[in-house]
Design a protein around this ligand. Structure first.
Ligand code: NAD
Length: 365
């Protein structure tokens, strides 16, 4: 906890139902800690804990840079079969445990989770987002995330080429999942030449743009490389192999370490920090407690501002001669320090709290 500067890490178990979970609350200085629930097979408890610690810290930074009044958290749930659906009883048990945290942690969708999971959790607690749009939720965040990445990409292209125009740009997308496929289509609409790769070739083909082999994607000649699969793809070695001017994509934790950031910098490749450009998902969720309730048009308008944020981070990096990743981290830390507050206490009044409590009735039995 000290390594990553966490406020609270809680282990939950409900042996009767087979539930084991860890909720990591990194920071609630800016507001309750929002973060996805990850259902995953972990070989060791230690791996799950490390995942929760790293991912929740990134959520704090993402929310702070996006200017949102919320902190960062993450729930990891031990789940052996990625294709097996959760039972209602399992989700209710998880919901009760999330409820115990009294609103310090707000659940959301993550890898392996679906809106159905969020609706199941919502039967037991108001502290959950991304629920059914018909009942006040913001639904699937992926299209908004892709839209935000597109805007971040425009700003990164301004830094690299002096123009944010995407028409005619050659963009290679790694990962044809929820965000990658959507981003590819947005880029085609913007007039870019897009190619895509996925370890699942059928998924890549379904997008309708030229397909690359997944082991060649990181050395393909292009203007922009967009990582939209897993984290850790940017290493010193992969940075040396890249043949692009810009890296800008949705995947979380793209940089394996600081070395990778330095290697990109040394090669003059503009790196748009992942958590700056992929914040569309949480910007979308924050609209659930905006005055008047969730509104998709407003969510997209707010998300478009990622272009300005990315531009500012890249400009700071240039002026201060630091990597963009470091510039983003410093911006987040400054915002948290400026709040001058301690941790969020359950029951503290806020518009967010009122909105989530008010809608909870529609999920109760
Ligand atoms: P997803 O699971 O729908 O898609 C990921 C895709 O990547 C899958 O199709 C998978 O087959 C493919 N893939 C995995 N390894 C690959 C490899 N080595 N080469 C090529 N393809 C590979 O996930 P998603 O929701 O589209 O999210 C993509 C990334 O963006 C993740 O890192 C996620 O954490 C991040 N992200 C997503 C959102 C969101 O709104 N969904 C928001 C912020 C960040």
């Amino acid at each position: 906890m000290l390594t990553y500067e966490h406020e609270q890490v809680t282990y939950f178990a409900d042996p009767a139902i087979g539930l084991r979970a860890i909720v990591a609350i990194h920071s609630t200085v800016l507001g309750p800690a929002l973060g996805g629930v990850r259902f995953w097979h972990y070989a060791r408890e230690e791996d799950a804990r490390t995942d929760a610690l790293r991912l929740s810290q990134a959520m704090t930074m993402k929310a702070a840079v996006a200017g949102l009044a919320q902190g960062g958290g993450k729930a990891v749930v031990f789940w052996d079969d990625p294709h097996a659906p959760r039972s209602d009883a399992f989700l209710r048990s998880l919901g009760r445990w999330i409820d115990v945290l009294g609103g310090r942690y707000l659940a959301a969708e993550d890898v392996g989770a679906s809106q159905r999971d969020m609706d199941g959790i919502a039967r037991e607690t108001p502290w959950v987002t991304g629920v059914d749009p018909a009942r006040g939720g913001s639904g699937d965040p992926s299209p908004v995330t892709a839209f935000g990445v597109l805007h971040g990409m425009r700003a990164a292209c301004v830094a690299a080429f002096g123009s944010g125009e995407l028409a005619g740009r050659r963009v290679v997308v790694q990962g044809a999942g929820h965000v990658g496929a959507c981003l590819a289509r947005l880029l085609v609409d913007a007039g870019s030449h897009v190619a895509i790769a996925d370890i699942d070739a059928d998924k890549a083909r379904a997008v309708g743009v030229p397909v690359l082999a997944s082991d060649e994607v990181m050395s393909a000649d292009c203007d922009v490389f967009a990582p939209c699969a897993l984290g850790g793809v940017l290493t010193r070695a992969s940075a040396a192999a890249l043949r692009c001017a810009v890296v800008c994509g949705a995947a979380n934790n793209q940089l394996l370490d600081d070395d990778a950031a330095d290697a990109l910098e040394a090669r003059g490749i503009v790196y748009a920090p992942d958590y700056v450009v992929n914040a569309g998902g949480i910007i979308n969720i924050a609209q659930e407690w905006a005055p008047g309730g969730y509104d998709a048009d407003r969510a997209y308008a707010e998300t478009a501002r990622i272009a300005d944020t990315t531009g500012r981070v890249l400009a700071t990096a240039r002026e201060e001669r630091i990597t963009p990743a470091r510039a983003a981290d410093e911006l987040a830390r400054r915002r948290i320090a400026a709040a001058g507050r301690g941790p969020y206490r359950p029951g503290e009044p806020s518009a967010m709290r009122d909105a989530l409590v008010a809608r909870h009735d529609v999920f109760k039995d």
